[in-house]
Write a new protein. Sequence first.
Length: 223
Amino acid sequence: MPVSNKRLRIAGTSLIGVFARCTEKVALVPLEVGPENIRQLEEELEVVVVRASISGSSVVGSLVCGNSTGFVTNPQASDEAIQRLSTLGKAARLPGKISAAGNVVLANDSAAIVHPGLSSRACEIVSQTLGVEVVQGTIGGLKTVGMAGIVTNKGLLVHPRVSETELAVLDDLFGLPVDVGTVNFGSPLIGSGLLANSKGYIVGEETSAPEMGRIEDALGFLD
């Protein structure tokens, strides 16, 4: 595929991870995403693309975290949104004030690292809904771990300021290769500009070729 097909804008911005969320099976996108971009996501990620609105908002990527088992979202999500998500897997609302699940949970199909301020009940819901081991922590000193990194079932790419202690936690939790990088021409908030699973990836339109090379290496697409 040409490199251009791996770059995308959603809702007029390169912050595609704020507006969309993908798993091994599904990509959730805002209602306004058009057919051409949907085809691009389907081809590059090999997923079914589902248009969604969470709490009347387009920032689906910030409000939802998911994997092959299920999805967790914010407490204000409507019954209709939960019902829609439940057709794709388990679905649950994240309790408490720290509830933008896509921002505060980083998960693949086996594990999740979550905002250190999440309650034990919230951690339990993440674990039960996604079917994963859950550990509280930070990445690069950031509590919003869902935007500080991307993890698939093959690799992990995180904020360049990640500490040795944080790297050890990530390595022990996920058991995957960990690398650091940026998106959108220098943004360290990897999760804000990258959608990825074990089959492919798409980046924000401003992402450079060297950044894409780092992504491909970290997430196992150069094997």
